[in-house]
Design a protein around this ligand. Structure first.
Ligand SMILES: [Fe+2]
Length: 549
């Protein structure tokens, strides 16, 4: 699947991206260009100026040109940016034609930005749609080769990023800092980010990556945050990685993180007076073929996670699970609020009534029911006996976890089963054909989702991280993904090793998910391979099971 990007650009008559001017200037474009939230008549364009001497506002211009040779359709404009928005620029260009491809660029103080490509969403009859689904980009853990692979795709209509676009950690012993490339890619700033200045600086570091810039310049993105854009395992009123006593008020940190996110990401701004968190809930129509419904399950309504340490005290050396199980079973606990649920229901109904074949749910965390596997139960006695000594610790952890009878991830939808059932009711009430796409887990998934009564309600493709580490192999020939798939009815396939993205191709006949892995994240030369391909087909008013092809 790897093609020469320059060749692809040349075929489109574009030439290579224009490098930012190197001569002595008052500004530079060091963070690339991006576009996002395309609609039939508009798209958001983004860039960021780096002034030699920050302080004053700076004027800029932008232009957007159709790639085809049809007459008309070019747009241009101007504005100013400054320190109040960290010199980021966001333009919502309107009056565009549906399903049309464009190039765009910015200029300021005589310096021109790199050129990006974007396209509006199509209207009317649509044959197919190609989405690249990405998540979990841990900078110190590796090169963003999977972003480069997305930039190199021969076709991608939209890049869908489901969160963990940045990570909040920092310092020498933190997440990802044991990787082979961490010494040359340490987090900046070199400490956990807390303030608006910190979050801005971290976004700037990630947007300085050439592969990230290439993927942004390739196609419009539709994004939503997960937890690490604020802090690990965040919820409405706090986060696992937030300590109010030493790190201050959560609402202040959350507001700083969201302000930086909206400054630095090509996401449409909320209407005047609207909340930033509410602005993440939005839907997109790909002509008559599919709707994409983006959900926000972190900061709007989510209750705190159930945790072993917090909810299952040790009594006489044994965990007492009574309180934890009661918490999990509490029907009042929420991932989303009633307003969000009603909005999703209305969007699904609208899409189904319009005759759209698919309803893609852009979702952060894995939705399937996933229990930790017992290697003893899932493996034959011979396979079990062959597990090498170095994997015994891992096996023991799995056995202990499986013995507790708890979900593998209580930060995932499994930690909020009543709310998941409510969402499934919404799917069913709309006669929707939901294809759920999920990030967060750093592993690939092909899942079939069922309600409490065992009725299939959706299929799910989970994407692995661009660089974030998965659960890893237990031992050669026996891996965690296989064990998890064996132990869980809803999981057809799980890969805890590969990094990459999901290429989702929709036609009226099928929804095809290709799980695309990169060969390495610790060297810049890489190849890609499709680990597995699964398809779902329409099944009456619902969706079929997944079939490997
Ligand atoms: Fe992640």
């Amino acid at each position: 699947m790897k093609i020469d990007r320059r060749k692809a650009l040349a075929l489109l008559g574009l030439g290579a991206a224009t490098p930012a001017a190197a001569q002595s200037s008052t500004v530079a474009f060091k963070h690339g260009v991006a576009s996002g939230d395309p609609r039939q008549d508009r798209v958001v364009l983004w860039t960021r100026l780096t002034p030699d001497t920050p302080g004053a506002d700076i004027a800029y211009t932008w232009k957007l040109n159709p790639i085809d040779r049809r007459a008309g359709g070019a747009k241009s404009g101007s504005g100013t940016t400054g320190p109040a928005r960290d010199y980021t620029i966001k333009v919502d260009v309107t009056g565009l034609d549906a399903g049309r491809a464009y190039t765009y660029e910015f200029a300021a103080a005589g310096v021109t930005s790199p050129m990006g490509r974007t396209r509006t969403l199509p209207a009317g009859p649509v044959k197919d749609v190609v989405l690249a689904v990405a998540s979990c980009t841990l900078y110190p853990n590796g090169y963003f080769n999977a972003y480069q692979a997305i930039a190199d795709l021969p076709r991608v209509d939209v890049v869908l990023h489901l969160g963990d676009y940045i990570y909040e950690y920092g310092g020498p012993k933190t997440y990802g800092m044991d990787s082979a490339v961490a010494a040359e890619r340490p987090h900046d700033p070199p400490h956990e980010i807390l303030t608006l200045a910190d979050y801005r600086r971290r976004h700037a570091q990630y947007k300085g990556d050439p592969a990230a810039q290439a993927a942004h310049a390739r196609a419009p993105w539709i994004v939503v945050w997960d937890d690490h854009e604020t802090a690990n395992d965040s919820y409405m009123t706090g986060a696992q990685n937030h300590t109010p006593a030493t790190e201050g008020d959560w609402t202040v940190r959350k507001a700083a993180a969201l302000k930086a996110y909206f400054e630095w990401m090509p996401i449409r701004e909320p209407k005047a007076g609207g909340s930033l968190a509410d602005a993440a809930m939005r839907s997109f129509d790909f002509g008559d073929l599919a709707s994409l419904i983006m959900v926000e399950t972190r900061l709007t309504a989510r209750d705190s996670q159930a945790t072993l340490d917090g909810d299952a005290p040790e009594v006489d050396g044994k965990r007492d699970l009574t309180a934890l199980k009661a918490k999990l079973a509490d029907p009042r606990r929420r991932m989303m609020g009633p307003k969000q649920e009603a909005w999703i229901g209305a969007e699904l109904s609208r899409s189904v009534k319009a005759g759209h074949a698919w309803q893609v749910i852009g979702n952060e965390v894995v939705m399937a029911r996933v229990m930790l596997p017992s290697p003893k139960k899932e493996l034959t006695p011979e396979q079990y006996a062959a597990i090498p000594a170095k994997a015994q610790n891992r096996v023991a952890r799995y056995e202990a976890g499986a013995a507790l009878g708890l979900p593998a991830g209580m930060d995932m939808w499994d930690g909020y089963p009543a709310d998941r059932e409510r969402l499934y009711d919404v799917f069913k009430a709309a006669d929707a054909r939901p294809i759920v796409v999920s990030g967060d887990s750093h592993s690939f998934w092909a899942n079939e989702l069922h309600d409490a009564a065992g009725k299939r309600v959706a299929c799910e493709f989970g994407t692995s991280g661009i660089t974030s580490p998965g659960g890893g192999e237990l031992s050669p020939g026996i891996n965690a993904g296989d064990l998890i798939a064996k132990a869980n009815k809803e999981v057809l396939f799980n890969d805890q090793v590969s990094n990459g993205f999901v290429l989702l191709t929709l036609t009226r006949e099928q929804a095809k998910g290709e799980l695309v892995a990169v060969s390495t994240i610790v060297a810049k030369d890489f190849t890609t391979r499709v680990v597995k391909t699964f398809v779902a087909t329409p099944d009456g008013k619902g969706v079929s099971g997944l079939k490997e092809v």
